[in-house]
Design a protein around this ligand. Structure first.
Ligand code: CA
Length: 320
């Protein structure tokens, strides 16, 4: 809390009114954060993000590691620090691109995308790996010792960064799925051990799909939400099955302030639906110096998603 705010709060408390400091968007202000992937586990939200460190004016991604935060109320975020880096994967060259962590059988599987060493000089060559831990805040270690998905396993897109942005989902029947992609959306089943694909990789193109899929189920509908177009909006499809066919349902988030990318992450926490994304709104922020924000997500009675209202205020404190 800065001194001025502390002084105001002290004054208010002296007047007998409880002062609650409500962090505004972007929610993390001391470092640049991107590609939010929230995880609800027990009574907390864990937030897994990339870490932008490009210099002001530098027009390339500099992402040395992944950071983790947690909160019990969506307002006060505890910093658990950098808990994973491309250096933790012997086969990875660099670039802590988008990632998502999920819990299964009291283990935490963190799917990440990085530039693979074998393709370091070919401008891309993105692969997906998985790290595992007994705790949502680590320590994490490479679960495989090699990539789970390499660029050459999908050939529908000719660019070498088409295997970005893993998203993971476990259906009610226990079947786990990995979704990912840039330019086209790919998916495959995961075995129960969560570290092997179970069957072929499927490829399809949701309308306007660019990258950053996020998949979940609500009531009897599966939702596939993704970054679309460029500069990126967020659009979505729904289906009666995680294996499709998917029906296009429209735009839910317009482009975000001062960033040509954005990235959806959606959770229900204590009865409310929350929408995580990134923009470039911090001072000196931009497309390579991004920041994670949270706003509400609301559904219509037919299950369609209302347009996200991007606010400065962010969401209200969730009561314990
Ligand atoms: Ca590929």
């Amino acid at each position: 809390m800065n001194m001025k705010l502390k002084s105001i709060c002290t004054t208010i408390v002296l007047l007998g009114i409880t002062c609650v400091v409500q962090a505004q968007n972007p929610i993390i202000k001391d470092v640049f954060t991107a590609d939010p992937a929230p995880l609800v586990y027990k009574d907390k939200v864990y937030l897994y993000v990339g870490h932008d460190t490009a210099s002001v004016g530098e027009d390339s991604y500099q992402m040395p590691d992944w950071l983790v935060y947690s909160s019990s109320d969506m307002k006060n975020w505890k910093n658990h620090g950098p808990l994973l880096s491309p250096k933790d994967f012997s086969w990875a060259a660099k670039a802590a691109n988008a990632a998502q962590c999920i819990e299964r059988n009291n283990k935490f599987y963190w799917y990440i995308s990085v530039i693979h060493k074998s393709d370091q000089n070919s401008k891309g060559g993105v692969g997906i790996g998985v790290a595992v831990s007994d705790s949502p805040t680590g320590p994490f270690k490479d679960a495989l010792g090699k990539a789970l998905v390499t660029n050459d396993m999908t050939t529908d897109m000719k660019h070498s960064w088409d295997d970005l942005d893993p998203a993971v989902f476990i259906d009610e029947n226990g079947q786990a799925y990995l979704f990912w992609g840039n330019g086209s959306c790919k998916w495959a089943k995961l075995k129960e051990n969560m570290i092997e694909l179970d069957g072929p990789i499927h490829t399809f193109k949701p309308q306007n799909f660019t990258e950053a899929p996020w998949i979940y189920k609500r009531k009897d509908l599966y939702y596939l939400v993704y970054a679309a177009g460029m500069p990126e909006r967020v659009e979505y499809c729904t289906s009666k099955s995680p294996e499709g066919p998917w029906e296009y349902r429209g735009i839910i988030q317009d482009t975000s302030f001062n960033s040509f990318t954005t990235h959806p992450g959606i959770v229900n926490f204590k009865g409310k639906d929350f929408y995580f994304y990134h923009n470039g709104a911090l001072p000196t922020g931009g497309g390579y110096r991004r920041s994670v924000c949270i706003d509400y997500l609301n559904y219509n009675p037919d299950g369609s998603i209302q347009k996200i209202i991007q606010t400065k205020e962010s969401v209200k404190l969730v009561k314990q």
